[in-house]
Every structure is written in C-alpha cells, then in structure tokens.
Design a protein. Structure first.
Length: 109
C-alpha cells in the first residue's frame, strides 16, 4: 500500500543491546517504538542489517531505552551484529518497501 501512495515506509534505526534471556524468536523495544511503527505488541517485525533480515515477535518494554532494541543471541548471530550496531526495524510491508527503495538507490549510485 505504501507503494501506491508513495508514502515513506515506517522504519526506525535502533541500537542493538544483547539480551541475556535465552528464549529465541522474540525481541524487546520501548513501548513508543511500536507506536512509531504503528504496530501492535506480539506482531512480527522485520529487522535488517547489512543485507541480512529476520522476523521477530516484538514485545513492548518500558525498561528498554527508546533508541535501543534488545536482541537474543540467535538474532545477533543471524544478523551478524554486535551490541552497539544499528539495525533497521519495521513491519513486513514497510520493510519490503524500504528494501526496494534501498535497492533502487544502490542502482542509481
């Protein structure tokens, strides 16, 4: 739908925190991030870094600072990121639009 209206995709850049919780498949962000992305808690969101993307179920956590995302060990490994790296987070549809625009920008540059 973003493609039809030429709206910018709702994605945010967040700094990675390593989670010490061992449950795989979930991640935590500040409550306001879900509001900024216009998504609900427990919705799967796409996380992207340097050519790699994964889907994770997001949980709101007021104890996580607004500019951070808490990722489990499996997500860190799949994305090839470390604590302090920046990742892009958005809904599946918005991430698809973002990656398409990124690919087109790379072709032009």
């Amino acid at each position: 739908m973003n493609e039809e209206t030429n709206e910018q995709p709702k994605v945010v850049n967040l700094k990675v925190l390593k989670s010490h919780v061992k449950i795989m498949g979930t991640t935590r962000v500040h409550d306001s991030v879900l509001q900024d992305l216009d998504v609900q808690e427990k919705e799967q969101l796409a996380i992207y870094h340097d050519g790699q993307s994964i889907l994770r179920t997001m949980f709101a956590d007021k104890h996580i600072e607004k500019e951070f995302i808490s990722l489990r060990k499996d997500a860190l490994k799949k994305l090839k990121v470390s604590e302090g790296d920046i990742v892009v987070v958005g809904s599946r549809a918005d991430m698809k639009t973002y990656l398409k625009a990124l690919k087109e920008t790379d072709k032009e540059g």
